[in-house]
Write a protein that binds this ligand. Structure first.
Ligand code: CTP
Length: 401
């Protein structure tokens, strides 16, 4: 761990004193710690104690001319292998979840692409409040990891969840977060699209496809389980975010494409989403009213961008681009044609005419590539996902489908 660096953001809570012990433990493991102290944090620990223990200067002010000259805040946000926020107060969590950048700490959290570990500490009612729980869910969906809080007595005299984790537990979580991901896809980046898109007709009506998102979410989770860094671009579905996956929620095909392009470069793209092929040419700003006896409104459609084809044809395309084909007849012939039309490497052909596939938990698929067709037995969607992730890992290691 001797070359590892942590950026430690110390928030304003009584538990901040535990950070001094945390710094000692991390430094004992050879991990360099660069401290950032929020204004509220400085009421609980002094910059001098932190600087002395970290043997580094403490960054406190977003508008410090000296700091910006030596190391801009953007660079500071990326100068570490891990950002640890301890204590992560209810306020800090709320601002980070909302994407605010109104002090150095939140600016760093917004500007970084480094993994973030938060260590919440707050009063039990603040922790249990729906607002904090909403923020927790948002941050988790953004890929933030958490350690604690623990249940116990608190400085305010109440008991329950909210106590900051002990320094030894935080240190263990830091070590785990810093260990290089294991698995055959460690170091690989993947983009997965999942769910339907919803194309607005007017403020209350949408044009959409049937899709539960189950298969795409399972694939995102399976790729992450093999060590890949996964961005899951999801249309409107109610599936929980798989562990270790960064989720970007979108509504329309155009938003889905923009989110995928923003997630490049990647080694793998798996387009599972049931993208609406067309969208209404015009979206009315007011609700279209039904007039009794009058002819129904006519909706003019225009074609949506094809995300799979766009990703496949970009100069910086992922090394392996996989599409899905939901077909009801001559499944494999259609898949072959789709492979060429879209320019992707594999098509996972899926016979949706079989009962129970749409919205169900099992799938029967064939993998169609330039070199042939692999037919898989019917299996639960999670198993299809695990098998596909393993197949992808093998292909990137030189074993073509
Ligand atoms: N796809 C996409 N963007 C679109 C349409 C489809 O990325 N605008 C992707 C899907 O995610 C899937 C694959 O293309 O991986 C095939 O989708 P499908 O709906 O079966 O194909 P279509 O192109 O719509 O062709 P058709 O309707 O003729 O079957």
């Amino acid at each position: 761990m001797s070359d590892r660096r942590v950026l430690l953001i110390v928030g304003g809570g009584i538990a901040a004193y535990k950070c001094l012990e945390l710094v000692r433990l991390l430094r004992g493991r050879g991990i360099a710690v660069r401290p950032v102290l929020t204004e509220a944090g400085s009421k609980f620990v002094t910059p001098l104690s932190l600087a002395a223990l970290c043997e580094d200067r403490v960054h406190t002010d977003l508008f410090s001319l000296t700091d910006e000259a030596e190391m801009g805040h953007i660079q500071l946000s990326r100068s570490a292998d891990l950002i640890v926020v301890a204590p992560a107060t209810a306020d800090l969590m709320a601002r980070a979840a909302a994407g605010l950048a109104n002090d150095l700490a939140t600016t760093l959290l917004l500007a970084t692409d480094t993994p973030v570990l938060m260590v919440p500490a707050m009063n039990v009612r603040m922790w249990n409040h729906p607002a904090t729980q909403r923020n927790l869910a948002t941050l988790r969906a953004d890929g933030v990891r958490f350690v604690g809080p623990e249940v116990g007595d608190m400085a305010c005299g109440e008991t329950g969840p909210g106590r900051m984790a002990e320094p030894a537990a935080i240190c263990a979580a830091v070590l785990e977060a810093l260990s290089p991901a294991r698995g055959p896809l460690a170091g690989r980046r993947a983009i997965v699209t999942a769910g339907p898109t919803a194309e607005p007709i007017d403020p209350v009506r949408v044009l959409t496809n049937r899709s539960s998102g189950k298969q795409g979410f399972a694939i995102a989770g399976a790729l992450a389980a093999l060590g890949a860094e996964v961005v899951l671009v999801a249309g409107p579905v109610s599936e929980p975010t798989p562990a270790g996956v960064r989720r970007v929620d979108v509504e329309t095909a155009r938003e889905m494409l923009a989110a995928c392009e923003a997630a490049l470069p990647a080694d793998i793209a798996v387009c599972v989403a049931a993208v609406a092929d067309w969208r209404p040419a015009e979206v009315s700003t007011g609700k279209t009213k039904k007039v009794a006896g009058a002819a129904p409104p006519e909706i003019q459609l225009v074609e949506n961008p094809d995300i799979l084809a766009t990703l496949s044809r970009r100069a910086d395309r992922p090394a392996l681009v996989v599409g899905f084909a939901a077909e009801t007849e001559t499944v494999e012939a259609h898949a072959q044609a789709k492979l060429e039309r879209k320019g992707c490497d594999w098509i996972v052909a899926n016979d949706v005419s079989r009962p129970g596939v749409m919205g169900g938990t099992a799938n029967t698929v064939s993998i169609v590539s330039a070199t042939g067709i692999e037919r898989w037995e019917e299996a639960p969607k999670t198993e299809v996902a695990a098998r596909l992730a393993a197949r992808i890992a093998a292909a990137l290691d030189g074993d073509p489908a």
